[in-house]
Design a protein around this ligand. Sequence first.
Ligand code: 662
Ligand code: MG
Length: 221
Amino acid sequence: MDQSKEQRILNSVSYNAVKGDPESVINCIDKYCSQYEWAMNVGDEKGTILDKVVEEADPSVALELGTYCGYSAIRIARLLKPNTRLLTIEFNPEFASIAKEIIEIAGLSEKVTILEGHSEDIIPQLKKKYEVETLDFVFLDHWKERYAPDTILLEECGLLRKGSILLADNIIYPGAPEFIKYIRSNKRFECTSYPSHLEYMKVEDAMEKAVKDPGAAAMLF
Ligand SMILES: CCCNc1ncnc2c1ncn2[C@@H]1O[C@H](/C=C/CNC(=O)c2cc(-c3ccc(F)cc3)cc(O)c2O)[C@H](C)[C@H]1O
Ligand SMILES: [Mg+2]
């Protein structure tokens, strides 16, 4: 049986990237997906926005919804401080195992835990089974119609604190209209839109940042 696109991406990383060097893995995936086969990694342009928001969040515990090949997990984890971690949820077993290998090549297996399963099943387990108190940063990049219900689920499970930062990909293309409607009308969140482009294409896209109960100080000035 011929290989999947995701397997071909792993082949390219394993052949071309420098082991233990996250930047070389990121560059290798971006090169492969620009030149040979488009894939739904967040990419380098939106990836730079992701980097900035992760640095702003400086998270002790970060969560990603939708690992896919592990590209954004590597972008996030490479910026994490010692003794901090990224949990990333992926329900497709083939993608979970490919991501595991790519994250290993980047030398980031210590910082990244791939949780295989549906987000709606795993999120309620984060506190007890994965010893999470609250999440400092959440990257949403899975099925777009699940952004809103999973954000509500994170809230219901008490996983978001004052200042928790959510960042969502694909606000324009493919779009996440229910999420935008929900998060922008929710007084508890302060939202910012970051216009950009769809990965590897000249198509408009955007990312949305939502900060929960931003600092009270903000109200004083
Ligand atoms: C129901 C279970 C929910 N719970 C879940 N629990 C766990 N894992 C989940 C869950 N739902 C999904 N996943 C996993 O996350 C990944 C899914 C990612 C989805 N991303 C897109 O659809 C997209 C499309 C385009 C695009 C743009 C232009 C085009 F022309 C074509 C495509 C661009 C982009 O940047 C995009 O991120 C992965 C493939 C999938 O197995
Ligand atoms: Mg995306």
